[in-house]
Design a protein around this ligand. Structure first.
Ligand SMILES: [Fe+2]
Length: 383
């Protein structure tokens, strides 16, 4: 999450929309549509994103933004669209936040035109050649949660019903924010339970203790190196923490051996990615983790399991995990062998780049390894 505070206005060109605004009946239909989309398990993104989408569809502004007020009085541009796109994840603090506080004290939709004496609007609504804007306070139960902003290149012909619609959308944004934070709490709760299970499984075996946490740390750093967006980094990190969950269903004797397994034992062991996926599937909120869990033993050349996927058909989080997982396994002591020196393990990754591993990811691993190694020292069990 970015933490910068911006004092300057981003510049980009936005093509103004020219359609007229909808009538009262269409407004009502549009609002109902948004309200129905506010469900905690929305596969199409967060509930706040649904409100921004609805605002865009109903009132057709050039820019839409939902700012959420933090406990410290800063406002975060949490969900943005169109002319506000470049403010994504920025914070308003200091006098900009105080001016917004004052503005929202009015407890009503405020409309702005370029030329009015509002320094706040000049700075935050009229960038990008915008000439008109509106701010609706988000205040469910009287508590200040944030503000819904819209702007447009030319003045929109807002009638009272459009002002009311914007206020209703702000109310829905309040509900959406609550839904999203419930969702985040539930996700944390489920993740906590699953991660505890995996850690309990690893803790039974001194050779694997801390393995998933190390794989997660390597993988997240690789993802950053590859330039993955924050949401995907989060999926990479969490998938790694639970990637071997399916080993819960594998007999302890088989887990302890790992090498010299009979064919039957090997078959049982190789089921763990699919079992892990099956265990996680009922938890809707953790669905984004399934591809990484299922595919972390696929090989880049298609010789892995369970599906024999090859190349980019293997989900990126699984390709990343394969490299981190193999490196950590090679550099850990096992009952049947000592840990390989890191240079040998790195050479092994290089040797298998293009066959077992995605070469781009092996290259990224080599870049991030020295820094991650230093932060991981405390996670490795004493041998
Ligand atoms: Fe595994």
């Amino acid at each position: 999450m970015a933490t910068e505070t911006r004092a300057t206005t981003p510049s980009r060109t936005v093509t103004p929309t020219t359609e007229s605004l909808p009538g009262a009946l269409a407004l009502l239909g549009g609002l109902n549509h948004v309200a129905r989309a506010l469900v905690p398990f929305n596969p199409g993104g967060t509930s706040l994103a649904q409100v921004v989408l609805g605002t865009k569809r109903i009132l057709r502004p050039d820019g839409t933004a939902i700012l959420i007020r933090g406990a410290n009085g800063e406002y975060l541009f949490k969900t943005v669209d169109g002319a506000f796109a470049e403010w994504n994840r920025y914070y308003l603090s200091g006098s900009a936040a105080e001016l917004l506080d004052k503005l929202l004290e009015r407890d009503t939709v405020v409309l702005f035109r370029r030329g009015q004496r509002s320094p706040w609007a000049r700075e935050f609504l009229f960038g990008d050649g915008m000439g008109w804007g509106a701010a609706a306070p988000i205040k469910p139960h009287g508590e200040m949660v944030g503000v819904l902003l819209v702007n447009h290149a030319t003045p929109l012909p807002f009638r009272p019903e459009h002002v009311a619609a914007l206020q209703n959308l702000a109310t829905l944004a309040g509900v959406a924010e609550r839904e999203d934070s419930h969702r985040a709490h539930l996700e944390d709760l489920f993740m906590g339970v699953i991660v505890s299970l995996t850690m309990a499984l690893e803790a039974k075996d001194p050779y694997t203790e801390g393995h998933s946490a190390r794989v997660a740390a390597y993988s997240e750093a690789i993802g950053k190196q590859l330039g993955l967006p924050p949401e995907q980094l989060d999926i990479v990190h969490r998938s790694c923490l639970v990637h071997d969950l399916g080993k819960i269903a594998v007999d302890g004797n088989i887990l302890g051996k790992e090498e010299g397994l009979s064919r039957r034992e090997r078959e049982k062991m190789d089921l763990h990615p699919v079992i892990g996926e099956d265990l996680l599937r009922p938890i809707t909120l953790l669905r984004p983790l399934l591809p990484g869990v299922r595919s972390h033993h696929e090989h880049f050349d298609g010789t892995g399991y369970p599906d024999g996927l090859a190349g980019e058909a293997i989900p990126i989080e699984a390709r990343i995990m394969a490299v981190s997982d193999a490196f950590d396994a090679m550099t850990s002591n096992r009952p049947y062998r000592h840990a390989l020196p890191e240079e040998d393990a790195l050479a092994e990754l290089r040797r298998n780049a293009g066959t077992h591993f995605d070469p781009r990811i092996v290259a990224a691993f080599e870049q991030i390894y020295p820094a991650v190694k230093r932060t991981l020292e405390h996670l490795r069990p004493r041998s």
